[in-house]
Ligand binder design. Structure first.
Ligand SMILES: Nc1ncnc2c1ncn2[C@@H]1O[C@H](COP(=O)(O)OP(=O)(O)O)[C@@H](O)[C@H]1O
Ligand SMILES: [Mg+2]
Length: 236
């Protein structure tokens, strides 16, 4: 198993009352899966993704990645985990507006201590791979939404992640562009054996996955549970 969670819980403290965003989630994700996470707004999808990507500590419960428990680790351990294993793709692309496409990817590569020429060469290869070799020196505002999301995907691949996390990556795209982006994620999953976990509202997007985690109030939706237990052979 690439990921095992047991009784994962996240409570956000708040003056108006604590929010149980994630409530006792236990599941296993085999390496190489394409997991889709669905559920209404506020059901805990983003919170779950942030915990799985090592950006947020759970309040309780465990998350084990490749046999290593990651909860309660120090910030530098989590930072290493992210830079060695995880790529993130966000709905809003999160590109740096004053950097060109190639530069946006180079900064992700430079974290790995490459020299500039080498980083540029690799960044161009990544842009080429997502079909943007003619947009290398364009700024984000000079790119269409679909092209910006491709740059964001290329950037997410910069550290050769074995886990790619995508939070509503097609949320800002029309149906045609969405399918293109989903197709790219599918190829990454199938050709590189990268485990993909994608949050989505769209049933079409959800059908791209081979495992679905359906959330309701931070818990796995009950009508989903029997199928889910079958897949993961969970023992409660
Ligand atoms: N930083 C926070 N502080 C307090 N409550 C939060 C915070 N982030 C999210 N929440 C609450 O946690 C719940 C789950 O949020 P989220 O994981 O963003 O859901 P989703 O991505 O499914 O829309 C929501 O009720 C939200 O209001
Ligand atoms: Mg969300």
């Amino acid at each position: 198993m690439l990921i095992k969670t047991r009784n994962l819980t996240k409570i956000y403290p708040h003056n108006d009352g604590a929010v149980h965003a994630i409530n006792n989630l236990s599941f296993d994700i085999p390496k190489g899966s394409f997991v889709t996470v669905t559920g209404a707004s506020g059901s805990g999808k983003t919170t779950l993704l942030l915990i799985l990507g090592g950006l947020l500590h759970p309040s309780s419960g465990t998350m084990v990645y490749n046999g290593k428990a990651l909860n309660m680790q120090k910030d530098d351990v989590m930072a290493n985990f992210r830079s060695n294993h995880v790529g993130f793709v966000m709905q809003s692309f999160a590109l740096i507006s004053y950097l060109t496409a190639v530069e946006n990817i180079m900064i992700a590569l430079n974290v790995r201590n490459k020299n500039k020429a080498e980083a540029r060469k690799q960044a161009i290869e990544l842009l080429d791979w997502v079909g943007l070799n003619d947009r290398i020196n364009h700024y984000p505002k000079e790119l269409s939404a679909g092209q910006q999301q491709r740059v964001a995907i290329a950037r997410a691949l910069a550290n050769s992640p074995d886990l790619l996390l995508a939070d509503e990556p097609t949320g800002n795209l029309d149906p045609g562009l969405s399918e293109e982006i989903l197709g790219i994620l599918k190829v990454i999953n199938e050709n590189h054996n990268t485990t993909v976990i994608m949050v989505t509202h769209s049933p079409i997007a959800a059908s791209f996955g081979n495992i679905t985690i359906s959330l309701e109030n931070g818990q796995i939706k009950t009508n989903n549970q029997s199928k889910y237990e079958e897949i993961f052979q969970l023992t409660h």
